[in-house]
Design a binder for this molecule. Structure first.
Ligand SMILES: Nc1nc2c(ncn2[C@@H]2O[C@H](COP(=O)(O)OP(=O)(O)OP(=O)(O)O)[C@@H](O)[C@H]2O)c(=O)[nH]1
Length: 376
């Protein structure tokens, strides 16, 4: 039983975690793409910026291949921006992240081949991986799909395509990568923890709700829920028209049952009786509630007296079928119930409705029990 509860909790947690991962991807994914487009714009203006900072700088204009590539990337994203909302699963998001990463890897390749632009590569690399980290840390596979081509392109260039390994640059990249990875682990832990907390809170709230509105013994609604629902239904029926009926049910000779079989057996009997009610009413529109002690109420929205009589006779049959032995009952060898039916009429308060149903129940008791009476 406890294992079952744990599995349910785990399933709820996984579902919530997935929900938040998707939600974060929807918002921060767009932010990341816009950030990337800003970086592309920066690339276009890189030489102009250099002149702004140092008017005497010797400006070497960029290779047209790089600008063409950036323009293509820019155009591709502007055109495909409306299609982004259709990306709902992980594989296409990973493919898109990889594609953008590949673009930057190619940009790095061109920049590293150009002496005047080499110095831009490391700051650009850092800005790219850390903005990606901020946006994608809850979804590690997508984050890695973006970062892997950048990292590989730099690493291959520095380690294999240069005459000697530039130790300082490799060290800087390794430090940036270590910071990136430790930051990712930390942020991801906080994310998972906050989702876990929310899941626990939701569970606690539903448990409290259950305690506040349900009867712990039988699992049916308690008096508080009955009172709330009855008030609500009366207001609704009064405003919109329609019908509402109520059955009040009492177990016959229950004191004798308790005295004979013991209080615990009495509790089990109430549980079985409540199960009988659950089987015969239309749920979830109808409400079964424990009114107090061995008394129950069944609320039947959109039902007139004759409908309630059908339900009452189904209840009688269901309790008979349950065949709970009652040695001291004066009406049967098994446990029986008496029922009072009352249909709501305009102007009638909830208290009045309950009182009239109770009077009908009293009549049913006097008429010999194990039956129902309709109130007036
Ligand atoms: N086991 C158990 N007994 C309960 C519970 N709540 C109320 N009772 C008992 O239900 C009995 C109700 O007895 P009475 O009100 O005299 O009614 P009755 O014996 O059913 O007699 P009639 O209603 O006239 O048929 C009392 O003995 C209560 O102690 C409960 O939660 N568990």
């Amino acid at each position: 039983m406890q294992k079952n509860t744990h599995t349910q909790q785990d399933t709820a947690f996984s579902a919530l975690l997935n929900h938040y991962k998707k939600a974060s991807l929807r918002t921060s994914g767009i932010w990341l793409l816009i950030a990337n487009l800003c970086f592309v714009l920066f690339l276009f203006g890189r030489d102009q910026f250099r002149v702004l900072l140092d008017p005497h700088a010797k400006v070497t204009f960029a290779s047209t291949t790089l600008d063409d590539l950036s323009l293509t990337f820019f155009a591709f994203f502007i055109i495909s921006l409306p299609a982004l909302r259709f990306i709902r699963t992980r594989p296409p998001a990973m493919a898109l992240a990889f594609l953008v990463g590949l673009y930057w890897a190619t940009v790095f390749h061109f920049m590293l081949a150009n002496d005047a632009q080499q110095q831009l590569v490391f700051p650009l690399f850092c800005m790219l991986i850390f903005t990606a980290l901020i946006a994608l840390y809850p979804t590690t596979p997508i984050l890695y799909s973006f970062v892997a081509p950048l990292w590989l392109s730099l690493f291959v260039h520095l380690v294999f395509l240069q005459s000697g390994i530039p130790i300082l640059q490799v060290a800087a990249i390794l430090i940036a990568t270590a910071l990136f990875e430790t930051g990712r682990i930390m942020l991801n832990r906080w994310f998972v923890l906050s989702v876990r907390r929310e899941c626990d809170n939701k569970l606690l709230m539903s448990k409290l709700d259950n305690l506040a509105y349900n009867d712990p013994l039988t699992g049916v609604a308690n008096r508080r829920q009955l009172d709330n629902q009855l008030e609500e239904l009366i207001t609704q029926t009064d405003l919109q028209g329609g019908t509402l009926s109520l059955i009040m049910i009492d177990v016959d000779f229950f004191k004798k049952y308790n005295d004979h079989y013991g209080h615990q057996a009495g509790d089990s009997c109430l549980i079985s009786i409540a199960d009988c009610f659950k089987q015969v009413v239309r749920q979830p529109t109808d409400l079964i509630a424990r009114y107090g002690g061995e008394e129950f109420v069944v609320l039947l929205p959109n039902a007139v007296t004759s409908d309630a009589e059908v339900v009452a006779s189904r209840i009688k049959k269901s309790v008979e079928k349950a065949a709970i032995p009652h040695a001291l009952s004066q009406v049967s060898e098994t446990v029986t119930v008496s029922q009072g039916i009352m249909q709501w009429a305009p102007g009638m308060t909830s208290l009045e409705l309950l009182k009239r149903a109770d009077s009908a129940l009293y009549q049913a008791k006097h008429a010999g029990r194990n039956g129902y009476c309709v109130g007036e």
